[in-house]
Design a protein around this ligand. Structure first.
Ligand code: PCA
Length: 220
């Protein structure tokens, strides 16, 4: 028996950016043992067609006990721990394959939404206690990040594994390139925050979310 595997995904750059902090953070933590779990980083393509398959493959390869998917939310100032994935794709910009699907479900056979099964409030509190800007978010958007979050929860539904999504702010070098200029957080601080988020997610008593754990949305 080795250490429990933790899958940490990030995304390739998109929307004309040359860097995506979500992948930089995941890559920086690759191979680390955090709270007894070994981190496996995986870079997902920022395409509606490619991301779900890449995620599925990573889940099969690593059989992780905990999964945290990361993405960039340019414009947000905090590490935002997402609460809910919705069964909706409505792309505001084209993905990296030039596709811009609008008003379609992630899964035509799936529930309207899934909740995160991570101990989200314990994670937020741990990050804040360590001095990181952190908060809970009620929307992961309707682009590839939300799609991956939804797919993740759908694929792991009912398995009792902890999984969810965290959006990170832009890096300082990206901030002035956005119009208007966006808030940012340095890479070292992002890495520290996500390491702490992982450690908190591995704590057996992270029960902030117990009543919602491992349920689909209350539809049907
Ligand atoms: N952010 C985008 C997709 C990839 C990423 O890092 C999003 O929020 O949907």
């Amino acid at each position: 028996m080795g250490a429990m595997n933790i899958l940490l995904t990030g995304f390739e750059p998109f929307g004309g950016d040359s860097v995506n902090p979500s992948w930089e953070v995941a890559r920086a933590l690759h191979g680390e043992v955090v709270a007894g779990g070994r981190v496996h980083a995986c870079c997902l393509p920022t395409t509606f067609d490619g991301a779900p398959a890449a995620l599925r493959e990573a889940l099969a390869r690593h059989e992780p006990g905990v999964v945290i998917a990361l993405g960039l939310a340019s414009g947000r100032a905090e590490v935002s721990i997402e609460r809910v994935a919705v069964n909706l794709i409505d792309a505001r910009i084209p993905d990296n394959a030039g596709h811009r699907p609008q008003d379609v479900p992630v899964r035509s056979d799936g529930p309207a939404a899934y909740f995160s099964t991570l101990p989200i409030k314990a994670m937020r509190d741990a990050l804040r206690a360590a001095g990181h800007p952190a908060g809970l978010s009620l929307s992961a958007g309707a682009f590839v990040c939300n799609q991956v979050f939804y797919e993740l929860q759908h694929q792991l539904a009912g398995q009792g594994r902890r999984s969810g999504f965290i959006h990170v702010p832009a890096l300082p070098q990206q901030a002035p390139l956005a119009q208007p200029v966006v808030p940012s957080m340095g890479l070292a601080a992002q890495v520290e925050a996500i390491r702490l988020a992982i450690a908190t997610a591995l704590q057996p008593d992270g029960t902030a979310h117990a009543s919602l754990r491992d349920e689909g949305a209350p539809t049907a």
